[in-house]
Write a protein that binds this ligand. Structure first.
Ligand code: DGL
Length: 254
């Protein structure tokens, strides 16, 4: 049995990388819906429709027993629909990320950043409130972070200025823990930590490892790695050496 990971595009390769490194023998099939990225500016209905198609592709084509929804936007809207439709384990990034933040925060003031759709869905807010109803939460969408990562402007003054633009106000409200609620944001972890060294940063891809272990997913296979994209992607070409060990992608149609 294999693990299927899907994302709206190539940002989910941050999750792919973490899981690949942690479980070197697992068979992993990654699907990036690069023909229809971004999901973060789309409606709930569209995100659900696209996410179900991605899950369907993985289940139909591979011997999948676990689907990992790397995309925060898809996790925010479609996780229950995927669970209902396919009889496999389904792991999203929202609950594990919220749980990690809750455990890390000393002052119970947690910040959430993500796409507009993720923030609008309140998914992280609900997950945190389920853990502790009185928790203090600040959240903001950071739509410029995705293009900054995809253009590899990570270690630049532009990135620093944009990080400050979105985060100064939120961090000044006393947040001690920040959830990176979008696939691309882990690549900005270094810049964020440099500007706000006192803030703990939660990368949901790391939180997923514990879920895989808890579900006793079979991770002792042949170490197969495959990356499928629904369209050509300049961002993939830029990021593949950093996140996918230089692996080539195969084109598929959903
Ligand atoms: N993968 C998306 C997420 O994590 C970011 C890119 C997009 O908007 O599709 O929310």
């Amino acid at each position: 049995m294999a693990i299927g990971i899907f994302d709206s595009g190539v940002g989910g390769l941050t999750v792919y990388k973490t899981i690949s490194e942690h479980f070197p023998k697992a068979d992993i099939h990654y699907l990036g819906d690069t023909a229809r990225v971004p999901y973060g500016s789309r409606s709930q209905e569209t995100v659900i429709k696209y996410s179900l198609q991605c899950a369907q592709f993985l289940v139909e084509n591979f011997d999948i027993d676990t689907i990992i929804v790397a995309c925060n936007t898809a996790s925010s809207y479609a996780i229950d629909h995927i669970r209902e439709k396919f009889g496999v384990n389904v792991i999203g990034v929202v609950e594990p990320g919220a749980k990690s933040a809750f455990m890390l925060s000393a002052n119970r003031k947690i910040g959430i950043i993500g796409t507009r759709a993720t923030i609008r869905s309140q998914s992280y807010v609900k997950a945190l409130q389920a853990l502790s109803p009185g928790i203090s939460i600040q959240q903001t969408a950071c739509p410029l972070f995705v293009p900054i990562v995809e253009e590899m402007l990570i270690e630049t003054e532009i990135a620093e200025n944009v990080v400050k633009h979105y985060l100064d106000e939120l961090i000044n409200k006393g947040v001690d823990t920040l959830i990176l609620g979008c696939t691309h944001y882990p690549l900005l972890k270094g810049v964020i930590s440099k500007i706000y060294p006192h803030v703990s940063i939660v990368d949901s891809s790391e939180a997923i490892i514990a879920c895989i272990e808890e579900l006793s997913v079979d991770t002792l296979q042949n170490g197969i790695r495959e990356i499928y994209l629904t369209d050509e992607s300049p961002a993939f070409e830029t990021l593949k050496n950093v996140l996918a060990g230089g692996l080539a992608s195969k084109k598929v149609t959903l």
